[in-house]
Structure formats: structure tokens, C-alpha cells
Write a protein that binds this ligand. Structure first.
Ligand code: SF4
Length: 413
């Protein structure tokens, strides 16, 4: 680290000493667990914690502080929902990894399972905090699991999956891994990679996971990404863009979580707002429309609901009578047009000012969404002749009893 950098005051003395100690603990954990595994794989999302993890560990190898394994594979989890600056940074870092001879695999969900296609084509409502969070598993965990299983087939010997889970000071206090990505500062998916992957079908008993930056404080992550890693002696990585996407030197205070643009589970869009506050990214302002769209699509007028008493396959009565279900075709088309409109607006501004284009829904995904709608596709358990969820119906209780409408308003609404 150079002595001249402008924000040295923030990171002088004690802070720097703590950072050196943090790196030393990382070295110790890599030395303790690394040599037992011939192959190391990284679950990398392009977010701050996993970007720091990949670059720190590779620098430690290059600097001779830890011994290289027989093979290294970096799996980039590309959700197609990444913040634009992070997606650009990921491309650059992937180039740098390949230049160093590191094997990089881009991991994506199959077309039909991608976030936009699943919601707008298949009609599954956007996730929220009260529902089972299908998106993390579907666009992050399952594709990573499949990619790893394929890679395992080519490798012999034990595999270590290195994740970017980070708990800072609380890592020392308790060893519970945070699974929630709605928590500020957390990186969506990393807790799942840490806990779910080793026990996944086809992987159980074949991989172990390690989070070598578990104890790092968030200020150390920013310091590494912004000031250390970009220097030649630490690897000359393009990580400053990652830090800048979150507010550069103020990133610690902002402490934004890392996840998809417009994530319906995040309280606020701190990361997006931080990006938009920077002049060069201000043209992406229409992206603010995504989060309200996901919220709107959960409203009853856009969805179907089960009418009457719903019997399950085993003959029992469904526990949540009149549950709300999938999106109507009109709602899906409305959503599709809105997302395409947001994309077109951003890209018109991008073209006018020579800035990077965005790609929320590509041509293949749009065609797939339109085909699914044209083919009248419904999620499992729904056939499309259910009423819309804003229809007033007789109340059905959990025991199957029905309370008829008092005023004969059936079909209203
Ligand atoms: S960031 Fe949000 S939308 Fe993306 S996978 Fe995680 S929970 Fe789902």
C-alpha cells in the first residue's frame, strides 16, 4: 500500500494492523485446510466478499504464502440480475483470471429457470420475505451444484469449495453462518453455498467448504478491493470497480448488501442508489422501476387464486384455502413490457452518451417468455381456470367449512 493515498487517515495505524492480522488468520486457515485438498473451487458471485476472497487467496499463492493446489476452478455465478458495474467488473476479473491460467466457468441457470423467464413466462410470482425464497436456490445454488458435480466427474481427489462468507467480528463470537441475504452487508447466496452445497445430492462427502475471510471486517474488504488488490504487488486486480459500485471509500458506511438489481427481498436498494448517485451510472435510473414492479405483480388483481375447498393428491384438504397463485397472462405481458421499456430507456441513454448497454432480458429470453405465454403455461398445480385473486368468493376455512357470501356477490371484483 502506498503511503500517499488520499484516504490514508482512515486506514492508518491500528486499522492497518488489524488488516494484516486478518490476512494472517486467512493464511493460517488456508494452511490448515488447503493442503488436505488437491483441488480448490471458488463460488464467486462478483460481489464484494467473494471478489475479495478469490483475489486474496490467489495473491497469497502468488506471493508464496500458501501452497498452490493441483487445480483451481473459479465458478462465476451469473444470475443475469447483476448490477451493471459489477457485471462489467466480473468480466474484467475473469479476463485477469484466465490470463493467469486459472480455469473460469460461468454458471447460469437454464433458460426456463432464470428469474425473468420463471416470473414473466411461467407465471410464478416474484419472491418476497414471506414466501419460500425460490430465487436463491434456483438462480444461484442449483446451477452451482450442477456445475460442481460436472467438474467433480473430471477430478480425482478431495475438493475444497472456497466461499466468500464473511461475518466480521461476529465470526469470532458465534460460528452461525448468516443465510439471509436481506441483511445489510451480506452477499446473497454465499451462506447457502457454505451450508447447502456440501450436503447437496451428488456432492455429499465429496467436497468440504471453507470461508477464509469469515473473520474479515467490512472495512478490510473495501480496503482490499479499492487500494490493495489493484496494486501490482497484490495482483493488479480490477477490483476497484467493485468497491466503487458500492460507494468507494464511503462504502463501509453504506454497507450495501450484494444481490440482484431490484431484489424484492431487500428493504432498500442501497447498492443501486449508490451506483445511480455516480454521474457515469446516472443513466441507469430507470432500473428503479424494477423493485416496484415485482411488488405490484404480487397484488391480487394480477394473480389467480384457488376457489372452494382444495383437495391435495392424497385427498387431504389444503392448509391454506384460497391461496393466491400464479400471474395472469395479462400481468405477465404487462411485466414483460415494463422490463423491456426500462431496458430500452437505459440503452437509449447509454447510446446517446457512449456508456455500456444493459441486458435485462435478451432476445432468447424474450422469445422464451412469449412462447410460454402463447402456450398458456401454468405452474404445477394450476390450470388457468381458477378465478383472479381479487374475486370475492365464499370463505373457506382450514377444516374445509365454507361460509357463503352474505350478499350474493359471487364473481364480483
Ligand atoms: S438477491 Fe434477491 S432476487 Fe437475487 S437471488 Fe438473492 S434473494 Fe433472490
Amino acid at each position: 500500500m502506498t503511503a500517499t493515498r488520499a484516504q490514508a487517515s482512515f486506514f492508518d495505524g491500528g486499522q492497518r494492523l488489524q488488516m494484516t492480522e486478518s490476512i494472517e488468520l486467512t493464511v493460517q486457515s488456508m494452511r490448515a485446510y488447503g493442503p488436505e485438498h488437491e483441488h480448490w473451487c471458488f463460488a464467486w458471485s462478483g460481489g464484494k466478499d467473494s471478489s475479495a476472497t478469490v483475489t486474496v487467496v490467489l495473491w497469497l499463492i502468488a506471493a508464496g504464502k500458501i501452497k498452490a493446489p493441483k487445480s483451481i476452478t473459479v465458478f462465476y455465478a451469473d444470475t443475469r440480475q447483476e448490477l451493471t458495474p459489477l457485471a462489467i467488473a466480473a468480466e474484467q476479473i475473469m479476463d485477469e483470471l484466465r490470463e493467469r491460467g486459472i480455469r473460469v466457468e460461468v454458471v447460469r441457470a437454464p433458460l426456463l429457470k432464470r428469474f425473468m423467464v420463471y416470473i414473466l413466462g411461467r407465471g410464478v410470482p416474484p419472491p418476497n420475505n414471506n414466501t419460500l425464497r425460490w430465487c436463491t436456490r434456483q438462480i444461484k445454488i442449483d446451477p452451482m451444484q450442477d456445475a460442481l458435480a460436472q467438474r467433480l466427474a473430471d477430478l480425482d481427489g478431495p475438493v475444497l469449495m472456497i466461499t466468500g462468507v464473511r461475518q466480521g467480528e461476529s465470526a469470532i463470537r458465534d460460528r452461525r453462518i448468516e443465510m439471509s441475504c436481506s441483511k445489510d452487508g451480506a452477499e446473497c447466496g454465499q451462506g447457502w453455498y457454505q451450508q447447502v452445497l456440501p450436503n447437496a445430492k451428488g456432492l455429499r462427502g465429496h467436497i468440504a467448504t471453507l470461508a477464509p475471510l469469515l473473520h474479515w471486517r467490512v472495512c478490510h474488504v473495501w480496503e482490499w478491493l479499492k487500494h490493495w488488490a489493484p496494486q501490482e504487488e497484490f495482483g493488479d486486480w480490477s477490483t476497484a470497480i467493485v468497491a466503487d459500485a458500492y460507494g468507494g471509500d464511503e462504502a463501509e458506511e453504506i454497507n450495501a448488501r450484494t444481490g440482484c438489481i431490484g431484489c424484492p427481498l431487500a428493504q432498500e436498494e442501497k447498492a443501486l442508489e449508490t451506483v445511480l448517485a455516480q454521474e457515469r451510472w446516472a443513466y441507469l435510473a430507470p432500473l428503479r422501476g424494477l423493485k416496484p414492479l415485482w411488488r405490484e405483480l404480487r397484488e391480487p388483481q394480477h394473480r389467480l387464486k384457488k376457489a372452494g375447498v382444495e383437495r391435495l393428491k392424497d385427498g387431504s384438504i389444503a392448509k391454506n384455502p384460497q391461496r393466491m397463485g400464479p400471474l395472469t397472462f395479462a400481468a405477465r405481458l404487462m411485466g414483460l413490457e415494463r422490463v423491456l421499456g426500462i431496458q430500452a430507456e437505459c440503452n437509449a441513454a447509454a447510446r446517446a452518451t457512449g456508456r455500456p448497454l444493459i441486458n435485462l432480458i435478451d432476445a432468447e429470453e424474450e422469445a422464451c417468455i412469449r412462447q410460454l405465454i402463447a402456450a398458456e403455461t401454468w405452474p404445477e398445480g394450476w390450470d388457468g381456470d381458477e378465478p383472479t385473486a381479487d374475486t370475492v368468493l365464499p370463505v373457506v376455512y382450514q377444516n374445509g367449512a365454507v361460509q357463503p357470501l352474505l350478499f350474493g356477490a359471487e364473481g364480483a371484483g
